[in-house]
Design a binder for this molecule. Structure first.
Ligand code: 26Q
Length: 793
């Protein structure tokens, strides 16, 4: 045991005293949360220090990411420390309920969605595997916005997780560094968050940088009573780490965003180099032997020219030597093929923000042109397609591939599309650099913590090794014919559905039937993810039920959760549409609760933990080829939901593992779409010929539905049938896939009735989820890319 119960209890009392000068009986739940967290931090502090020292001398991997979507820390840390039961008892003794105490913690929402949450799962796996790996990012003062739904519309309000500081992070003032921009310098102040592993004493670090002005106040201006001027530099500096950009799929070439990227990568590299020099001196050829840096998408790719600057300008290396080092140090992960998401910076802006880095980027660009000329002499078209600087745009993905030793996709299908379609010519040039690393998720948070009931059953059957070796899940498969087991699964599922129903009633005021099918789509709102297809089908089902009240269906509850980028009108229109359809259906007495529609306000990591375990159906319905991997699909699977999806991203591997017959696959495949595009796709064809489709599409504009004069629904209608200069109509094939979607939903509805058969399918999914642990993913990165080995303290 890490700490005796009585000692921990007195530490909590002590911390509540230190922090708030209160006795336990005076403290409220939030104060207990803080006191308890500080007591835990104190408990692990020696191990944390020891881990840092242990890692110092060997090779380390650094995960550079603009986003870490950590969610809440306390519950997860208690479980990983094995202290959850003890602390529950301690709190009970002093008159508190652990769940209510945990609920006072704000989510650390320092990410948009999949990419940010992946980084958080990776942190958990790295430490649990005792791997010397550290995260580097930004300590945003405001994370992803809080979503309010007002009259069905999304309204954004600022998120303020740091309002009362964060008890889990510690400031390290003496490791501050200075980052220089074209218009002046700022200080980067490091804050460290401990990353606590499961069943290990190792404690890893997530280092987040906060931007501060060189001077806290312009005193002269202040004395002259020019108060705006007095704080001008302070605000300009602090703006850099003020807010997370809420875009997750469109590249906005904003100056502040570029500043954020340079700010955290420069600070992190300076930190890494300083520590390297302390141990190895100036023997920089050795850098790749001791340091691997993973670039999480293109957001931190400016690190490549920044390392060149540090090595050449500061440390005095020759260009060619420095380049060889940089190329062997960086690896790059691609998370998207959507062209609108690929980061490109306008050279004018880039030069203004980071003038020296611009010169270096230009030199890299010319050097790459020389290489191309050598390999493909006089191939002008190829040169134009592959140039790092194209016209007046800097193409960050090209810089990443050229400046690194590895480029990976995040699911098998995605990597194939990169190699053979999107990055075909790059693959031709550097075939040995391309790798696949199928994403994973941590079973500690998404099963052990989120679904203790199912976890208990699993442990009873196969022991608890699965918690750190998820391939053990396969041992569950032999119970598939044991009805005692599958019945228990059904009971647990029913319990999780009741818990979610309670939450929904409390937070949304909607009563739902726990015996209905829980059909859940939770993810960022984007056209390619096709929430529109889902809601149009629900509307069609509603109309069919109205026409034919005797139609036999099993009751279904359709649940959505999604944030839209604030400026993304079609996504916002879809949210409004979902909410309006929900209003209509939920309040129609003729429907007699056969269908219900719920939109979960402010979907985040904490509500996700309630949603995944309660699902019967996991909606993964993206246009084939568009979803790089998906990770929610994996969280549903290991909690016994069946996938209703297209053959896209990691869905392909999910059905490979669990069997296509145990899931519901529909719709166009990547090849079908290629072919259809070649033939020429006209969405008016399915619109006219698919029974009932015209009715629901027309409802967007014929007055049936009301967007309160915003034009949002007309915009959705046009996206399906009219297109625009920059895209063809229905570029995501919503109308073409409608019929198969409906047919497959009908099959699901019928199949659900046979509870025993359904339970077996769910059980097979659970038993075959082993591959989708982020432990497996991280082991692959560690062995094949970073070449690091575990270092247990
Ligand atoms: C880019 C430029 C300017 C501002 C913002 C951005 C930006 C920010 C976030 C672009 C993309 C993102 C996030 C992307 C993301 O979450 N991608 C998802 O990554 C997951 C993990 O690999 C995959 O499972 C998903 O398929 C993929 O969509």
């Amino acid at each position: 045991m890490l700490i005796e119960k009585s000692l921990l209890k007195s530490k909590i009392e002590n911390q509540v005293g230190v922090l708030f000068n209160k006795s336990i009986d005076e403290a409220n739940e939030f104060e207990i949360y803080q006191g308890l967290s500080k007591a835990l931090l104190e408990t692990i502090s020696k191990n944390w220090l020891e881990t840092r020292k242990k890692y110092e001398t060997g090779k380390q991997a650094f995960y550079f990411s603009a986003e870490f979507l950590m969610g809440r820390a306390l519950g997860n840390n208690l479980i990983n420390l094995g202290l959850d039961k003890e602390v529950k008892e301690i709190l009970k003794e002093i008159g508190f309920d652990l769940n209510s105490v945990e609920a006072t913690e704000e989510d650390a929402g320092l990410g948009n969605g999949g990419l940010g949450r992946l980084a958080a799962c990776f942190m958990d796996s790295l430490v649990t595997l005792n791997l010397p790996g550290q995260g580097y990012g930004i300590k945003y003062k405001n994370g992803i916005f809080k979503q309010k739904i007002v009259d069905g519309f999304q309204v954004e309000t600022p998120e303020t997780w740091l309002r009362y500081g964060d008890v889990w992070t510690i400031c390290r003032p003496c490791e501050e560094v200075v980052v220089e921009f074209g218009d002046g310098k700022v200080r980067a102040v490091p804050y460290d968050m401990p990353v606590i592993g499961y069943g290990t004493k190792n404690v890893n670090t997530l280092r987040l940088w906060e931007a501060k002005a060189m001077e806290e106040l312009n005193l002269k201006a202040f004395n002259d009573q020019d108060y705006d001027e007095a704080l001008k530099d302070v605000n300009a500096a602090e703006d850099i780490s003020r807010i997370l950009y809420p875009n997750d799929s469109t590249n906005e070439g904003k100056k502040l965003r570029l500043k954020q990227q340079y700010f955290f990568t420069s600070a992190s590299l300076q930190d890494i180099i300083r520590k390297f020099k302390k141990i190895h001196g100036t023997d920089f050829e050795k850098l790749p032997e001791f340091v691997s840096i993973q670039l999480n998408d293109t957001h931190p790719v400016i690190a490549i020219p920044e390392l060149m600057r540090i090595l050449c300008d500061v440390e005095g290396l020759l260009w060619n030597d420095a380049w060889a080092i940089a190329q062997k140090t960086f690896a790059y992960t691609n998370h998207t093929i959507l062209s609108e998401a690929l980061e490109k910076w306008w050279i004018g802006l880039y030069e203004e923000v980071v003038p020296r880095i611009f010169q270096i980027t230009q030199r890299i660009h010319f050097q790459f042109l020389d290489l191309l000329e050598e390999k493909f002499p006089k191939d002008k078209e190829r040169r134009e397609r592959m140039s790092i600087i194209q016209g007046n745009l800097i193409h960050m993905a090209w810089l990443a591939i050229y400046g690194s030793f590895a480029t990976n996709g995040v699911a098998a299908l995605h990597t194939d599309i990169l190699k053979h379609i999107e990055l075909k010519e790059w693959y031709e040039l550097f075939p040995e650099r391309f790798l696949n690393k199928t994403n994973g998720i941590t079973q500690r948070r998404w099963l052990l913590e989120a679904n203790p009931e199912l976890s208990k059953l699993i442990t009873e059957l196969i022991g608890d090794k699965w918690i750190t070796d998820f391939s053990q899940m396969k041992n569950l498969e032999k119970y598939v014919a044991d009805e005692k087991v599958t019945d228990r699964f059904l009971e647990i599922k029913s319990e999780k559905k009741k818990q979610l129903a309670q939450f929904i009633e409390k937070t949304q005021g909607i009563k739902i039937n726990p015996d209905s099918i829980f059909d859940i789509q939770i993810k960022r709102l984007h056209e390619y993810k096709r929430q529109l297809l889902n809601i149009l089908h629900i509307l069609d089902l509603y109309y069919r039920l109205k026409e034919n009240p005797n139609m036999e269906i099993h009751p279904v509850t359709y649940i959505f959760g999604a944030k839209s980028a604030p400026g993304y009108m079609r996504a916002k229109g879809t949210i409004r549409l979902i909410n309006e359809v929900a209003q209509i259906i939920n309040n129609d007495p003729e429907i007699k609760d056969m269908i219900k529609v719920v939109f979960i306000e402010n979907y985040n990591v904490s509500s996700a933990a309630l949603l995944f375990p309660a699902a019967d159906i996991s909606e993964q319905i993206s246009t084939a080829g568009k979803e790089a991997s998906g990770t929610g699909n994996m969280k549903f699977m290991i909690n016994g939901a069946l996938t209703f999806g297209t053959l896209d991203g990691a869905n392909v591997e999910i059905v490979e593992e669990a069997g296509i017959e145990n899931n519901y696959i529909f719709g166009l495949k990547v090849e079908d779409i290629e072919e259809l595009k070649k033939k020429g796709y006209d969405p008016h064809v399915p619109y006219e010929k698919t029974k009932g489709l015209k009715r629901v599409v027309d409802a967007l504009i014929d007055g049936t539905l009301n967007d309160e004069g915003t034009g949002l629904y007309k915009e959705l209608y046009d996206s399906l049938l009219k297109g625009a200069s920059w895209h063809k109509p229905d570029q995501y094939f919503v109308l073409e896939d409608f019929e198969d979607f409906r047919k497959t939903q009908e099959k699901i509805n019928k199949d659900f009735a046979d509870r025993k058969v359904w339970a077996k399918k769910a059980w097979i999914n659970i038993s075959n989820g082993g591959k989708f642990s982020s432990d497996r993913t991280i082991e692959e990165y560690a062995k094949e890319i970073w070449k690091i080995a575990s270092q247990k303290i």
